[in-house]
Design a protein around this ligand. Structure first.
Ligand code: ADP
Length: 502
């Protein structure tokens, strides 16, 4: 050591005199003795910048950046060295490293949580499919036999009324099951929304048509003050928006006063459209208003005369928010309420004008006829109660029916050509209804007559209808079976068969 400046003395805690008697190895704490020698040799040949550690007189070790270069003075080679304390920089680097590591760990935790949530969602969906199926099957028997009993002319008035009550209660239970499943599916993000430009006029007309008989029943006047033109469209899912509007209108009817009214209005502010339903009903006390969108909260109306489940508005809120809209209300206790939904107006024209009916089956059958005599139906159904019910209904409607309880037997029986139509359950042992249908369709490719196949199934979730049609079925009816609808579907398909026969 030839010379040293004051700063370096401060840095290491030695006096200048002390340092001038010392060697690099005395304060370096970064290199091993051999590698330090090599490093010093290197720097005698070319300038270098590198990191190492220094040890203070007190023993404290800290990080430094060395800038070293060879210097010739009077033909003598010296090494010029500058040490810079980089403790702060190293701390920042270490902190950065720690943060990167931490965020990697957090990412892993998040990924794990995401995987777990997705798995839970899948499990929830599967559970819902099963629950839906399991609940619909017994409901099929309850609703079906109640409908059948009411068709029995020998039944006295009191028994007729009682069976009517069974049917009503069955329907209430079915609505509850459907609502519950709907809410759970929307909440779990498992529902696909077909958001597209939707004609508001069409949604309103459709909803008013559906609510009219209910309003009439309650003696409530529905006033349409919306004045919406056909050109007005919003980005929404048609049937989901209709579901919400019907719910608001139905609440306005249910929670109204005798001879009251419900008014549908529409306001446009800048690029937003607000549809509102105002009733002249009971209103909602301020103290209860914050609970209005909470599922299963009926705000004290539970046990009262007005039927409900307390999840309609929770479903509405979920639907509207999923479609990027807003929902809200104003209410005065004892005077009535206004519930509204709000959307951005769409600039794109509506893709289609709805006629307000449910989608038709893919292959539209021809004119219906009530003739059923000599029509032979094959019923593929594994559940004995469902078999009993379907046979009783088909018998009542005048059809001849044979029952098989597996898909294999259904395919075999269909091949005999003895049947005019197959009513096919989807879930059956050995071979399910989809597979059986595909087998039947394959056998028909050789120019054989195509037999109409109608799914009669408790699989009533989104996409189930499409799955049935995709497997080769022609139509679809869900359990619990609505007898009138079944009759209509059978008439359609057997009428078109009859025309072919002629
Ligand atoms: P539900 O009608 O099946 O009970 P909703 O979720 O549609 O379920 O409504 C929740 C509760 O909010 C109702 O039980 C009722 O107490 C209250 N409510 C809803 N709409 C109105 C309304 N228009 N007027 C007064 N109260 C209402």
């Amino acid at each position: 050591m030839i010379d040293v400046n004051e700063k370096f003395c401060e840095m290491l805690g030695y006096t200048r005199q002390e340092l001038l008697t010392m060697n690099v190895a005395d304060w370096d704490a970064g290199f091993s003795p051999d590698s330090l020698k090599d490093k010093v040799q290197q720097t005698f040949h070319k300038p270098e910048i590198f990191d190492t550690k220094h040890r203070r007189k007190s023993g404290h070790i800290f990080d430094v950046e060395i800038s070293a270069q060879p210097v010739w003075i009077d033909n003598q080679l010296y090494l010029w060295n500058a040490s810079r304390d980089i403790t702060a920089r190293k701390q920042i680097e270490a902190e950065r490293e720690r943060l990167i590591q931490e965020s990697k760990e957090q990412e892993q935790v998040l990924q794990k949580a995401k995987d777990a949530a997705e798995a839970a969602n899948r499990a929830k969906s599967e559970f819902l499919v099963n629950v839906s199926h399991e609940l619909r099957t017994p409901l099929n028997a309850i609703l079906g036999f109640a409908q059948l009993m009411q068709m029995n002319e020998k039944l006295d008035d009191q028994s007729k009324q009682q069976t009517q009550r069974i049917e009503q209660a069955g329907h209430a239970l079915l609505n509850l099951v459907n609502d519950l499943i709907d809410l759970a599916r929307i909440e779990s993000g498992n529902v696909k929304f077909a958001v597209e430009p939707v004609q508001i006029r069409s949604v309103i007309n459709d909803s008013l048509r559906i609510i009219a008989p209910i309003a009439k029943n309650y003696g409530i006047k529905i006033i349409d003050q919306s004045g919406v033109s056909e050109a007005l469209t919003v980005q929404a899912d048609y049937s989901r928006l209709r579901q919400v509007l019907i719910n608001l209108l139905s609440n306005a009817v249910k929670y109204n006063r005798p001879q009251g009214s419900a008014t549908l209005a529409c306001q446009i502010h800048a690029d937003k459209i607000r549809l509102s339903v105002t009733d002249t009903g009971t209103g909602i006390p301020i103290s209860l208003q914050n609970r209005i969108f909470t599922s299963f909260d009926r705000l004290g109306k539970e046990g009262g005369a007005i039927e409900g489940t307390g999840i309609g508005l929770a479903i509405c809120k979920n639907i509207i928010e999923t479609m990027n809209g807003n929902i809200g209300f104003e209410s005065t206790d004892g005077q009535g309420s206004t519930f509204w939904v709000e959307f951005a107006i769409s600039t794109a024209p509506s893709n289609f004008a709805h006629d307000g009916t449910d989608p038709p089956p893919l292959k539209t059958p021809q004119q219906s006829t009530s003739e059923t005599v000599n029509r032979h139906i094959l019923l593929a159904e594994d559940n004995p109660v469902n078999q009993m019910f379907a046979c009783a209904v088909l018998d009542k409607l005048g059809y001849t029916v044979d029952v098989v309880e597996t898909g294999i037997k259904a395919a075999e029986a269909a091949h005999t050509g003895a049947y005019d139509l197959v009513l096919m359950d989807c879930l059956m042992p050995e071979m399910d209804g989809y597979e059986a249908t595909r087998t039947i369709r394959q056998a028909e490719t050789g120019g054989k007559r195509r037999i109409p196949i109608v799914a009669m199934t408790a699989n009533a979730m989104e996409g189930d209808r499409e799955a049935c049609l995709a497997s080769g079925m022609d139509d679809y009816i869900t359990k619990p079976v609505d007898i009138a609808l079944l009759q209509k579907i059978l008439n359609r398909w057997l009428a078109s068969e009859r025309q072919k026969d002629c």
